[in-house]
Design a protein around this ligand. Structure first.
Ligand code: AMP
Ligand code: MG
Length: 267
């Protein structure tokens, strides 16, 4: 899955990243779904060890256009994982109180503690995406944020946080189909926001902003992965595999018991 990593300081041109790509799993959708079950099981065990060991902190950042599958990723990749020890932080339009503070204030408050996995559903990156595209802050403010974010993430990493960032890459046609599905299905209509259509019109501006984000904020300690996300099953496999291999590399183990348990008899 290393092919999806954004090598620091390289130029990303999203038009040359195919959102339909599926070269790491050619056996098709049905086999892909079975493979995901296997990844789910591995993730369950790894998360349990992470929680028990109480040493590492895992931060997963999900970003992508509307309908790119951030919610679906959480639902499917983390299926079966013990909710104790996993937390989702959703970043919506900031409240008045949040806007009264710097943009990292609400974010820092949600980062993982020891033994915890935290998934950011949107993140501080909105402050160089929607804020830039909708001109919610002047250029001289948001343009400084890339290096501020790099420093922030470096600090988190040096303090023991493992950071993985996923950009869910879909194209305009796929977004159209997913928005249409939300309109047509009464069980999905609650997800439809007219405002999403305004953002859809700004697609090229968002692509620009995403490219800058990927170019400036993929680092060795907090890399971005560009996930081909037109196919939901493939997206899940890519993210699940990267998580499993990253957690495996931490060589975690259950902690030793507090004292020698040999010879203890429970009456
Ligand atoms: P959703 O993720 O679909 O529930 O929508 C959340 C909305 O909040 C999106 O339209 C985001 O662009 C918006 N949002 C998130 N963070 C910010 C931010 N820092 N400033 C302005 N809008 C934001
Ligand atoms: Mg939305």
């Amino acid at each position: 899955m290393q092919r999806y990593i954004v090598i620091p300081h390289t130029e990303v041109n999203l038009s040359s990243w195919d959102p339909n790509e599926k070269s790491n799993f050619e056996s098709g959708k049905d086999a892909g779904k079975l493979h995901l079950l296997d990844l789910n099981n591995q993730l369950m065990t790894l998360q349990e060890t992470l929680y028990a060991e109480h040493k590492h902190k895992i931060l997963i950042v999900l970003q992508g256009m509307d309908t790119s599958g951030k919610d679906g990723t959480i639902k499917h990749v983390f299926k079966g994982v013990n909710p104790q020890g996993v937390r989702i932080a959703n970043f919506k339009v900031p409240s008045k109180k949040e806007l009264d503070h710097d943009y990292l204030w609400r974010v820092h408050n949600q980062v993982p503690g020891k033994g915890e996995i935290v998934i950011f559903n949107r993140s501080h990156y909105e402050d160089v995406l929607v804020v830039r595209v909708h001109k919610l802050a002047p250029v001289k403010i948001w343009s400084k944020r890339y290096s501020q974010i790099n420093f922030f993430e470096k600090m988190l990493s040096e303090e023991g946080t493992k950071i993985l960032k996923f950009f869910l890459h879909i194209d305009l046609d796929e977004q159209k189909a997913r928005l249409q599905a939300r309109l047509d299905d009464s069980n999905k209509q609650w997800k439809f926001r007219k405002g999403d259509l305004d953002d859809r019109k700004l697609w090229p501006e968002y692509i620009n902003a995403y490219e800058d984000m990927l170019n400036k904020t993929s680092t060795n300690h907090a890399p971005w992965y560009i996930v081909p996300a037109n196919r939901k099953w493939y997206r899940n496999i890519v993210i699940g595999s990267i998580l499993v291999s990253t957690l495996n590399k931490l060589r975690m183990k259950y902690p030793d018991p507090e004292e020698d348990l040999k010879g203890i008899i429970i009456e």
